[in-house]
Design a protein around this ligand. Sequence first.
Ligand code: ATR
Length: 277
Amino acid sequence: MADIRAFVCGHPVAHSRSPLIHGHWLSTLKISGSYERIDIDPADIRSFISNLPRSGFAGGNVTIPHKEAAFETVERRDAEAEAVGAVNTLWIEDGRVCGGNTDAIGFAANLDQVVPSWRGRDTALVLGAGGAARAVVHAILGAGYRRVEIVNRTPARAQELADLFGGKVVAHSIDATDRLLPSADLLVNTTSLGMDGEGSLAADCARLPDHALVTDIVYVPLRTPLLEAAAARGVETVDGLGMLLHQAVPGFERWFGRRPTVTQELRDLVIADLDAH
Ligand code: ATR
């Protein structure tokens, strides 16, 4: 049988850590397959996806800026893709291109691995209202939270997200953050603030309850200013790298037929790569 081939497509795609992650699993599981980077211009993404059944690939990942175009182009979508409104994983079934989204699964699986008690709490406070926030809110509701507060610089975007998910999700402007922090059992940053070269967030961790859990989807740097402030406040923190690693699991399993695990060895490998660049 020919080697199974998978890919990540984006534009640009050079920065993607997915080849490192999938390459590690291919080698540790001794599977003779490949996982490559493909840079695809936005003008060509739809034809690339439509032609997948004739390409020789079993499937692949889709990254920025193609996740919405992939959502529109695939012939079938799973429930996760429908909920998140974007596709990050492609595979072929009965000759048709199928699309899924593993971001919410990755977010939840990361917290499940590190702080299993994150489930079943009451109130979450989500900073940001973009595509990543949509996956995070979906995951939080799936974990049984009763209320999700969203604060965003542009309140209209927070409101759009709240309207999409219904009554448990409430939109606020950024000025409400201080008032909302004392009742946040879980605080999540989904904005690019805190990334290297970006500004930092105005969330005063001193206002969090003692039992709060704080997580950031930004993983460059691994210890974001928000996580540093939360740790200084003495509350539990989880960094965003685990979400990246866990979101890769379902795609690998689909294409290569084995379910890989997220280990400390894989984490160290990716951290070393992040440090080197
Ligand atoms: P992603 O798909 O990664 O979520 P996005 O859809 O561009 O990316 O969303 C980025 C999020 O970061 C948004 O919530 C954005 O706020 P706006 O909706 O007001 O644009 C937030 N964000 C980015 N830069 C910001 C800044 N300088 N201050 C406050 N919020 C910022």
